[in-house]
Write a protein that binds this ligand. Structure first.
Ligand SMILES: Cc1ncc(COP(=O)(O)O)c(C=O)c1O
Length: 482
């Protein structure tokens, strides 16, 4: 063992590159007990650098190569290489985003990114914070909304407040339920509004639920609209929701964690219109745009609110008697103390590519998703869940030949519900494709293929992925489903 570890560090880049090469499979799947038997996980004894290298190679061999075109399992995927450079630099410089003193350039970079992003979304003049993910960004927004309505919450807690309700759509992300629990509202305070066939919140139903809750004496605190739902990629009718929020004096949050990246596209940014009316919003550059995990931003329209809602003014960290302008010590608007410099990764990508470079990537991502949608719509055995694209999500079933032509009754759909995960299993075990599947409302399990800026996927790769689904689907027999 090298006591300072620097010799080993120098080797790591090579090991990573070798394992990320196209020769290594997307996934070498092992069940937990099999993997546990292969990996040398015990840490108690220490080891030589050579032994450690062997261990690392094994860990990487059995890790998923998420940068491949065939990784379609999640809403993140390949990373922007400039973003990865930023992530490495950020790790190497190991600092925290809380004070100007320990992160002078990184503080200015976070402020620059918040300003630039706010301007893009039309919410200039406010404030924001980079957080470890979309769930946390939503937490920040709800805390800001609650503090704005009831500043006494900070000292007296929820017991001093009226019975509050939060509104969201049935297709929205589950993080609102976690937020309701963590922030003391309770999950029963979340009102779930139905969606239309395209996955958009039914605005009339929202209207009547808002009225109903008010008439029952409850306090409607926040409406969580979604711009890019997790499965279908639906964008809610933001202008109509904004109008309702104004009418009832309710805080409007837009969860644009997934679809927010469309703001970068000159062709598609209009689909987010209405977002400029939001009181707060969240966007995850670590999803579609390819910033390395984790990189999420929460924006709040009212300047100073994040700080007021979250500050604890610890005198050992946020000294007022420092020799520089302490307004640049931005960390007290965070709920975390130490915080990674996530804005820097995004800044690196944006600095290199500029608005126009990111626009090209956003447009291309939508066009390759459109190609996939068209291919699915014309290919025998494939059936779309929705035939319009709001975000680059293409959702579909593959119906094997033996299922075609039969009456599509409840029993038939129950079989389809089993077929989709079976195809996924075969795809994974053969390392041909990792793709997401989900049931949704009345729909039985279907595939969701979501496209991201990186890697740049070619048309022939889309066709290969569909072919892989077809091959695995056709290899299924009834006994495999029992
Ligand atoms: C629409 C939407 N909002 C929020 C989130 C949560 O983001 P994170 O995973 O960064 O917490 C997700 C995650 O998939 C999402 O799809």
């Amino acid at each position: 063992m090298d006591l300072n570890g620097h010799t080993f560090l120098a080797k790591v880049l090579n090991i990573v590159n070798e394992n990320k090469s196209e020769n290594s499979p997307l996934i070498d799947f092992k069940h937990p007990h099999e993997l546990e038997a292969i990996l040398d996980l015990d840490v108690s004894k220490g080891c030589t650098d050579a032994e450690l290298e062997k261990c690392v190679r094994e860990v990487l061999q059995y890790s998923v190569k998420t940068d491949r075109a065939t990784f379609k399992n999640q809403l993140y995927g390949g990373m922007d290489p400039y973003g990865l450079s930023g992530a490495w630099i950020a790790e190497a410089f190991n600092t925290s985003q809380y004070t100007f003193e320990v992160a002078p350039a990184f503080t200015l970079i976070e402020l620059t990114m918040i300003r630039h992003i706010s301007r893009l979304f039309g919410i200039s003049g406010g404030d924001g914070i980079f957080s470890p993910g979309g769930s946390m960004s939503l937490f920040y927004s709800i805390v800001a909304a609650r503090y704005k309505a009831f500043p006494e919450v900070k000292s007296k807690g929820m017991r001093a407040l009226p019975d509050m309700v939060l509104f969201t759509s049935e297709d929205s992300h589950y993080s609102i339920k976690k937020a309701a629990h963590w922030l003391g509202f309770g999950t029963e305070s979340v009102r779930v509004i139905k969606t239309n066939a395209r996955g958009q919140m039914l605005v009339d139903e929202l209207d009547s639920e808002l009225q109903k809750e008010r008439s029952l004496g409850r306090y409607p605190l926040l409406v969580n609209a979604t711009a890019g739902t997790t499965v279908l990629g639906a964008i809610d009718d933001l202008p109509a929701i904004a109008e309702l929020c104004k009418k009832y004096g309710v805080w409007m949050h837009v969860d644009a964690c997934w679809g927010g990246s469309l703001i970068l596209s000159s062709k598609y940014k209009h689909t987010l219109s209405g977002i400029e009316s939001a009181d707060s919003m969240s966007w995850n550059p670590h999803k579609m745009a390819g910033a390395p995990l984790q990189c999420s931003v929460a924006l709040v329209r009212e300047r100073g609110l994040l700080h007021a809602a979250n500050a604890a003014a610890a005198t050992y960290l946020f000294h007022r008697d420092r020799f520089y302008d302490t307004r640049y010590d931005t960390g007290d608007k965070s709920v975390q103390c130490g915080r990674k410099i996530d804005a820097f990764k995004l800044w690196m990508m944006w600095k290199a590519r500029g608005d126009s470079g990111l626009c090209l990537l956003a447009d291309y991502t939508m066009s390759i998703a459109q190609f996939c949608l068209q291919s699915v719509s014309t290919r025998p055995g494939f059936r779309l869940v929705s035939d319009t694209l709001q975000c680059p999500n293409v959702c579909f079933w593959y119906i094997p030949t033996f299922m075609r032509g039969a009456e599509e009754d409840a029993g038939w759909w129950e079989l389809m519900h089993k077929i989709t995960p079976k195809i996924k299993e075969l795809l994974t075990l053969s390392s041909r494709l990792m793709v997401a599947y989900s049931p949704l409302r009345e729909y039985k399990n279907f595939f969701r293929m979501a496209f991201t800026f990186h890697p740049v996927v070619k048309e022939n790769q889309v066709l290969e992925m569909l072919q892989a689904i077809e091959d695995c689907g056709e290899s299924i027999t009834m006994p495999m489903l029992l």
